[in-house]
Design a protein around this ligand. Structure first.
Ligand code: HEM
Length: 198
């Protein structure tokens, strides 16, 4: 049951946000398209291509930073504890909120900017602890690697076949689509996107 619930809306929401962000960032799109043509040409990607689809992976991770599909991660305290000076009694609910940490100015330069390059392997060591869209520890997402593989391959195949996604409402300001924090961080409205075949 968890597989079913955890596995589809998270990935679908992430890809929706990725297309929305890509529709508003032409330079990011052109880096993605260049990488896809360098690595794949017109060939269908396979899992073996993943290590070379570095920028595509970074686009997925940057999307998950700004729009973490699970924006709040609850834990129940196993014992009495003190965390950062705050007393946490046993059985209290503690909620970690990636949406906040992922844009905390202490950890990120230009926190609201969409800049996948920060997740390229040569830069990511600096930020390794501040991005945790899949949670952490014993209960971290079981589908993490699968979800990343799926999203990278789907984005790469989209960039291979279509020109930059066009937000049908692109005349609206960048924050036209506020997130709606329910169980997942869904867009607050439909996301009409036009894809034109290359
Ligand atoms: C972009 C996609 C996804 C995101 C952002 C995501 C995020 C998360 C997060 C934040 C948790 C809670 C981790 C914690 O409590 O520390 C979780 C748990 C889980 N996820 Fe995902 N997930 C994604 C896709 C998937 C997929 C595709 C599957 C299965 C195929 C999956 C299966 C699970 C399962 C089974 C758990 C519960 C793990 C446990 O409690 O031991 N997830 N996920």
């Amino acid at each position: 049951m968890t597989f079913l619930l955890a596995g589809f809306e998270t990935s679908a929401t992430t890809l929706t946000w990725a297309l929305d962000l890509l529709s508003r960032h032409p330079i990011v799109w052109s880096h993605l398209a260049d990488e896809v043509f360098d690595v794949l040409g017109h060939r269908t990607p396979s899992p073996g291509d993943l290590p070379r689809l570095r920028y595509a992976r970074a686009v997925v991770e940057e999307t998950l930073r700004l729009r973490p599909a699970l924006w709040a991660i609850p834990r129940m305290a196993a014992t009495d504890d003190v965390v950062g000076g705050y007393r946490v009694p046993k059985a209290d609910l503690v909620i970690v909120v990636p949406y906040v940490t992922h844009r905390h100015p202490e950890f990120w330069t230009d926190p609201e900017g969409f800049d996948p390059a920060r997740f390229l392997p040569e830069h990511r060591r600096r930020i390794a602890h501040w991005a945790f869209p899949f949670g952490a520890g014993q209960r971290q997402c079981l589908g993490r690697d699968f979800a990343l593989m799926e999203a990278v391959l789907l984005l790469a195949m989209t960039a291979q076949r279509f020109s930059q996604p066009e937000g049908v409402r692109r005349h609206l300001p960048p924050d036209h689509l506020p997130p709606d924090p329910y169980v997942t961080l869904r867009p607050s409205d439909n996301v009409p996107i036009r894809l034109r075949p290359l």
